[in-house]
Write a protein that binds this ligand. Structure first.
Ligand SMILES: *Cc1c(COP(=O)(O)O)cnc(C)c1O
Length: 453
């Protein structure tokens, strides 16, 4: 292995010749020198030439305590010595059972059953299908549709794309998708209803109620990312919106699916974003941070009420016919247990509160910059929306690639961050130190200043 890693040129050649990267224009990729990561430690990752970078996006929003967290490393190594994978179809194993209890205990009130899978997208597919089938068992088979929000992102599989609200990613596939109702995104900085918060009294919520009033009998569930729309550009909700959606779901007697794939496992400053507004969803999806950023594992958590609706004799065909081959993989479960145990032992969530405030003050400085339209933050998730004109909020054209340039400049300065359109995203591991966080802020500020100067 070390021989493979030592040859930078060879890896570049193999990558260019054989690989196809996600969310990447490969023509551009082929033209630039790829950054080849070979090692990690704490919040830093090292490239093949020996240069270290700060991992400012938690390796795409998954890492919790930093890389090579001793307890998680050990848990996986230990498990490798027993067994790495067995199936949950017809068998079970201790780690899946122990982890299920832990997941239920950290989830919002009402959660009681854990259905495992292996990615955020699968967790969402399971949530959608579970909600859909639930209504069939409840003799309300007309409830076949979903409400989703503009700017929402729930993954890249077809079901998840059907409830996705980002045209750039989703429009190409429109003919493949099932029909759903789109409710306006609570994106106050660019309100699609042309209103102003708070005088709007959350018109976006009223718009959802409008859809419900007309169509509630055909709707199975509302799906949303609670409190923050991540891939949509770190869009933070006005206070009370999430709770308002919960109240609408209750009022019209349909299910609420909370996609906490990005926001869950502490990212927003509580274990789950739903807690900020005392909301209990009927179905909750988690993935990214569940294993501390080590291995693919997801869980779709639901209530006893929904679980019970699927019970019956085999011939009743109430079984939930869904499952992924690597569902509840033993190594991934071992990592997740160690991750949650470390969070408890180190009081990760309590200790991150101070860091949330530091990030806030770093962002405050940045918000004054000429080309920064808005900074948004929830916990250790932050987005800096760049604009061509601060007064009119005119966005930079896509082809100007302003946010991309800012991220590349940051990389030269030893910080890995990634843009979403015109938004520069900061999402450090929760275990980042105060000093490291300040350096994340100052490098981002420098890169912004230099690119927009
Ligand atoms: C990342 C993400 C997903 C998809 O997760 P994958 O593991 O990439 O399939 C779904 N929902 C949200 C909110 C996400 O941020």
């Amino acid at each position: 292995m070390s021989k493979i890693m030592s040859s930078k040129k060879k890896i570049e050649e193999l990558d260019r010749k054989f690989m196809w990267h996600p969310f990447t224009q490969m023509r551009e990729w082929e033209e630039v020198e790829p950054l080849i990561i070979t090692e990690g430690r704490g919040v830093f990752i090292k490239d093949v030439t020996g240069k270290w970078y700060m991992d400012g996006v938690s390796s795409l929003w998954v890492n919790v305590h930093g890389h090579r967290k001793a307890e998680i490393d050990l848990a996986i190594k230990d498990q490798v010595d027993r067994i790495s994978h067995s199936t949950l179809l017809g068998l079970t194993h201790p780690l899946a059972a122990v982890l299920a209890e832990k997941i239920v205990k950290i989830s919002p009130a009402g959660a009681s059953r854990v259905f495992y899978s292996d990615s955020g997208s699968t967790a969402v597919e399971i949530g959608l299908k579970m909600a859909y089938q639930y209504w069939q068992h409840k003799q309300q088979a007309d409830r076949t549709k979903f409400i989703y929000l503009g700017n929402s992102y729930h993954g890249d599989t077809i079901g998840a794309v059907s409830v996705g609200g980002i045209d750039l990613f989703h429009k190409t596939f429109s003919h493949l998708l099932f029909e759903s109702y789109r409710s306006p995104s609570p994106y106050c900085y660019r309100c699609e209803l042309g209103k102003k918060y708070p005088s709007c009294k959350m018109g976006c919520l009223k718009a959802m109620e409008g859809i419900l009033r007309r169509h509630h009998k055909e709707i199975a569930a509302v799906i949303l990312e609670p409190l923050v729309q991540g891939a949509g550009g770190i869009i933070t909700f006005p206070a009370g919106y999430l709770k308002g959606v919960r109240q609408l779901c209750t009022k019209y007697k349909l299910l609420m699916i909370a996609d906490e794939v990005a926001t869950g496992i502490g990212r927003t400053g509580k274990m789950f974003a739903c807690e900020h507004e005392g909301v209990s969803p009927d179905i909750l999806c988690m993935a990214k941070g569940l294993t501390g950023g080590y291995l693919p594992l997801a869980a779709t958590v639901t209530t006893e009420k929904i679980y019970k609706a699927f019970l019956g004799n085999y011939k009743d065909l109430k079984t939930f016919f869904h499952g992924h081959t690597y569902t509840g993989n033993q190594l991934a479960c071992a990592a997740a247990i160690a991750n949650l145990d470390v969070m408890k032992k180190e009081q990760t969530i309590r200790r991150m509160q101070k860091k949330v405030r530091i990030l806030q003050s770093e962002l405050q400085k940045i918000s004054a910059f000429k080309y920064v339209g808005e900074v948004r933050q929830m916990g250790l998730m932050a987005g800096i929306e760049l604009v061509k004109d601060k007064e009119t909020r005119e966005p930079f054209a896509l082809e100007e690639k302003t946010a991309i340039k800012v991220c590349l400049r940051a990389r030269e300065k030893g910080l890995i961050i990634r843009p979403l359109g015109n938004v520069v995203v900061l999402m450090p591991p929760l275990g980042i130190s105060v000093e490291e966080l300040k350096s994340l802020g100052s490098i981002t500020a420098e890169a912004l200043m230099e690119i927009t100067a």
